[in-house]
Each structure stands twice: as C-alpha cells, then as structure tokens.
Write a protein that binds this ligand. Structure first.
Ligand SMILES: C[S@@+](CC[C@H](N)C(=O)[O-])C[C@H]1O[C@@H](n2cnc3c(N)ncnc32)[C@H](O)[C@@H]1O
Length: 309
C-alpha cells in the first residue's frame, strides 16, 4: 500500500496515525517492529505461553505475531485473536471526565470488521494454523481464557472498559518474561487510566517502556500471587456492574464508508452551510437600497441611497 501513498499520507501511515483505507492494521512500522522484537525475545528466552491480541480490527498485528512465530519455526504456540468482530459496544460503562469515547467509537461502522474477513486475511498469508479466534465482547469471552498462560498480551481495545476487562482476564496468566503491550497507553486517556488503575491496585511496578507516540509496554518480572492466578484478579472496584455489553445495531452488509469519504462528507456539509449563508447574504443585499443596478448607478453619480448628492 505504501506505493500508493505519498507526502503526509505516507508519513501518517508509517507512524500509525491514521485509519488506513485498505491496510490490515492501524499500527505503524516502529510499533510493528517492536511487536516482532517482543515475540522474538519471548521465544528466544523460552517464555511459556500463547499470544493474544484483544482488539484486532482487520487482524494485521496478530497476523504479524503468527508470521513471526512461523519464521522462528515455533509451531507449539497459538495466537488468540479476540474481538467483537462487530465494533465497539453500545455504551462505555466507565465514561471518563464526562466524555464517552466508547460511544464515539461505537458509531463508527468502519471499526466493525466481520470475523470472516479477518479469517480470510490470515488465510491469504497462509497463516491459518495455530490461530484461534475469540469472537464476542471481551467482558463475556476473555474470562473463559483465564486458565491459560501467555507470553504476549497485546491490548488494543482503546476504551477504559475494554482495557480493564482484558487486563483482569489475561494479566494473571502472563508468564514471567512475557510482555504486556498497551497500544494506546500514551494516546488515549481512558486506556492509560485503566492500565494505571490496574497497575496500582495490583502493585505492578515493572517500568513502562515507551514504544512510540502511542504505545507502551512492560515485561513481567514477578509471578502472579497464587490467589490471583487461581481466582482471577480482583474485580474492578469503581462501580462495575458486570453487565454484558450490548452490540450496536448495524445494517448487515452495508458498505462501510472509508474514512476519506466520511471526511469529504463532513467537508461537503460545511461547504453547504457556507453556501447557504452566502445565499442568505446575497438575498439580504438584493433587498437593500445599496444593491442592484440602480444602486450602482447612484454610486457612479455620487448620489446617496436616498437620492441626495
Ligand atoms: C483500534 S481497533 C484495533 C486495531 C488493531 N489492533 C490493528 O492492528 O489495527 C479496536 C478494536 O477493538 C474492538 N473492541 C473494542 N471494544 C471491544 C470489546 N469490549 N469487546 C470486543 N472487542 C472490542 C473493536 O471491534 C475494534 O476492532
């Protein structure tokens, strides 16, 4: 795709700052390089456990994880690919600072990528083996993975709820030497708050490493407490109702507009507004004694609008 892009578009894509029209991931090159390095380090150091991405969209980052394992000849691990595959849920149960990021994201059909499409993308790269899809909202699906061990847990669900519920379900299973990667820690406040709350409540002190302008990660240095491993992490203590998230009603098979189309539509409606305002101004001037051929004539003759010189 990079051959089709130039200038700012290419810079934004390389840095992972846009929602690509065709690309398989929103993630940019430095973060993908880092993800590959984490997988290589986990395998090289013999860290136990599978890999998971919670929030996969079109699947590109998880595809890279599977491809890296294959390139290392590691076929003993599974890459879990977790997503609703129908976008963000209807409401964020923990809107922060009066702003509901989840509601904004839930409105974006562009973020709802069906499971079949993601499965097909893995297949196109010949990467169908050693992959397990986990369709559904994290709050409903991830607790069932609580008994597994992980070498890489990559979180990319953006909101407080998604990040928090993923951490609660998956962190207890992260092996010592494994990586916790929070894709939006430096960019999205609710994501950072969820990670910070979880780290504080669980006494996690391993240093956070900045990967790029958005992503941060840490490598687990100490094992989980037995109670944490066996009974799951302490529940979220800020009014979590534990109700299942609800899917947004989306028109099936509706063509998803590209982000450029959405922006163009926005520009068009702004232009229409300006045109309407200009029309109204012309209308007003047309009715004024200062406009029209007579007014022009009066001005030429140096006459005031009322007829006096
Ligand atoms: C920012 S996108 C992920 C980007 C992706 N990792 C990439 O490489 O481009 C966020 C994804 O999280 C999913 N998501 C958000 N909240 C969720 C939830 N509570 N349960 C399941 N999936 C969720 C959305 O469907 C969306 O695909």
């Amino acid at each position: 795709m990079s051959r089709e892009l130039a200038g700012d578009q290419l810079r934004f894509r390389t840095a992972g700052m846009d929602w690509p029209l065709h690309g398989l991931t929103m993630v940019g090159l430095p973060r993908l390089d880092d993800l590959q390095a984490c997988v290589e380090a986990a395998v090289g150091d013999g860290v136990q456990g599978d890999l998971i991405e919670a929030g996969t969209w079109r699947g590109g980052a998880a595809i890279l994880m599977r491809a890296t394992l294959d390139s290392l000849g590691d076929d003993g691990r599974t890459v879990f690919v977790a997503d609703s595959f129908q976008g963000f849920p209807e409401v964020d149960r923990h809107p922060r600072d009066g702003y509901d990021l989840g509601a904004d994201l839930a409105a974006c059909d562009f973020l709802a990528v069906p499971l079949e499409e993601v499965r097909d993308s893995f297949a196109r790269f010949g990467l169908n083996r050693g992959v397990s899809f986990v369709p559904g909202f994290f709050e409903d699906t991830l607790p069932a993975l609580g008994a597994r061990s992980w070498s890489i847990v990559r979180l990319d669900g953006d909101t407080y709820d998604a990040t928090r519920s993923s951490l609660e379900a998956l962190y207890p299973g992260l092996s010592v030497g494994g990586y916790l990667i929070a894709d939006d820690y430096l960019q999205i406040d609710p994501c950072r708050q969820a990670v910070d709350d979880f780290r504080r409540q669980h006494g996690i002190t391993e240093p956070l490493v900045e990967v790029d302008w958005s992503c941060a990660r840490w490598r687990r240095e100490r094992g989980p407490a037995t109670a944490e491993r066996d009974g799951g992490a302490a529940p979220c203590s800020d009014g979590d109702t534990r109700s299942s998230p609800r899917a947004v009603a989306r028109t099936p098979n509706r063509r998803v507009p590209a982000i450029e189309e959405v922006e163009l539509r926005h520009e068009l409606s702004e232009l229409r507004g300006r045109l309407a305002a200009a029309d109204a101004e012309i209308e007003r001037l047309a009715g004024s004694p200062l406009s029209g051929p007579r007014a022009w004539l009066r001005r030429r003759l140096g006459l005031a609008p009322g007829g006096r010189a």
